[in-house]
Ligand binder design. Structure first.
Ligand SMILES: Cc1ncc(COP(=O)(O)O)c(C=O)c1O
Length: 378
């Protein structure tokens, strides 16, 4: 059997007890918005919650298509949309459908570790492209275009980015689209944090490139991680192949979650989501200030998502690497943060600190992190 391992993010979390303060969280501390819960409670007994069509309820696909059309500035038809069990299933079925033996998939470094793991489930190979601290971790199209070979099948983009919070710029996406034109390479944009931005809406490659694939989700934007609702928008012509993979993997996304998603995407919880975003913005600014005050660390101000990526090269060297540092932090101070090494070789010497948790948890966690780093620096 081919072995597949959990990501280092999960590994670190598995080492921590329930008494640990969690600054590693990949989900907002907010509950699912009350209007969504009320809507489901009210209708639960009326709905016939059987299988839906494999691609999802038509009404939901229409809502997603309308939303993506508005954001990308091009018309996306519902036939290009498949409702999935979160964005992770979307990435998984897409890459499994698209990648053939010998193919290469370009993934960001640092980047969400699942991209490499999922590529490992295909007959292809992951090839990293850099997101550089000197560019504030923003994409430079040349870093991708320079790595294209005749075997490149797909390139994965992620904006707002996990773990850096960076957003990719319009001109670089335009340059990427121009450079990819005619290659047939799929540009797969993982937009699961797109609704969590603290400034203007980030640009999209969807309307710019004929082979763009978009992956979205309600997990982060609507605090619905456990409902497992996401979607994929594929180029015309391959929906049935990707849909078949999805069908053979899960049949369809859970029908009750699809019902909740119809309500959410019709705007039923927009006011709550906007208030949550304001709260995340406060936590971000507060966490950056706390990081400086309690731990003497600087970081780029994240433009989206809920992660701060901070450099601790010397401390990691002393601890024997970012993973050892994080394991010692759990043992000595009962605080979880994510080692930069989880995000690829470029992440070594860095830590990802999530500000998705409650403010009092963030404050106490940063104090303990500061205390721990002080000991390490002596
Ligand atoms: C960049 C990125 N993509 C995808 C996912 C998966 O999200 P979901 O499957 O819940 O939509 C995550 C979760 O942490 C993520 O950070």
């Amino acid at each position: 059997m081919r072995t597949v391992e959990k990501t280092l993010i999960r590994f670190v979390n598995d080492q921590a007890g329930p008494d640990c303060l969690n600054l590693g969280l990949g989900e907002p501390s907010f509950p699912t918005p009350a209007p969504i819960l009320a809507h489901v409670r009210e209708h639960l007994t009326d709905w016939r919650l059987g299988y839906t069509t494999n691609e999802g309820y038509r009404e939901l696909r229409e809502l997603i298509a309308a939303r993506e059309s508005a954001e990308a500035g091009v018309r996306v038809v519902p036939e290009r949309v498949i409702v999935t069990m979160g964005s992770e299933e979307a990435l998984c079925v897409f890459l499994q459908a698209a990648v053939e033996p010998g193919d290469e998939v370009l993934i960001p470094d640092p980047g969400f570790p699942v991209y490499e793991s999922i590529t490992g489930l295909t007959p292809g190979t992951a090839v990293r492209y850099p997101l550089r601290p000197e560019n504030r971790f923003r994409l430079k199209a040349a870093d991708i275009l320079d790595r294209l070979t005749g075997r490149t099948r797909a390139v994965i983009l992620n904006s707002p980015n996990n773990p850096t919070g960076a957003i990719y710029e319009d001109d670089e996406l335009a340059a990427l689209a121009a450079g990819l034109k005619g290659t047939g390479v799929y540009a797969v944009t993982d937009d699961c944090y797109r609704a969590l931005v603290y400034g203007p809406q980030p640009p999209s490659i969807l309307g710019r490139y004929e082979n763009a694939v978009l992956v979205g989700s309600l997990s982060k934007s609507h605090s619905m991680t456990g409902w497992r609702i996401g979607w994929i928008v594929v180029p015309p012509g391959i929906a049935s192949t990707v849909g078949a993979r999805h069908h053979l993997t899960v049949i369809c996304a859970a029908s009750v979650s699809q019902r909740a998603a119809i309500f959410a995407l019709s705007g039923g919880s927009d006011a709550v989501c906007a208030a949550n975003l304001d709260e995340l913005r406060r936590r971000r600014d507060w966490a950056l200030a706390g990081l400086r005050k309690f731990a003497g660390l600087e970081a780029e101000r994240p433009e989206g998502a809920f992660y701060i990526f901070t450099r601790v090269s010397e401390e990691c060297r002393r601890a024997g690497g970012s993973l050892s540092l994080c394991l010692r932090l759990i043992e000595e101070e009962k605080v979880i943060v994510t080692p930069g090494a989880a995000f690829g070789p470029a992440g070594e010497g860095w830590l990802r600190i999530s500000f998705a948790n409650l403010p009092e948890t963030i404050e106490e966690g940063l104090k303990r992190l500061g205390r721990f780093l002080d000991r390490l620096r002596k």
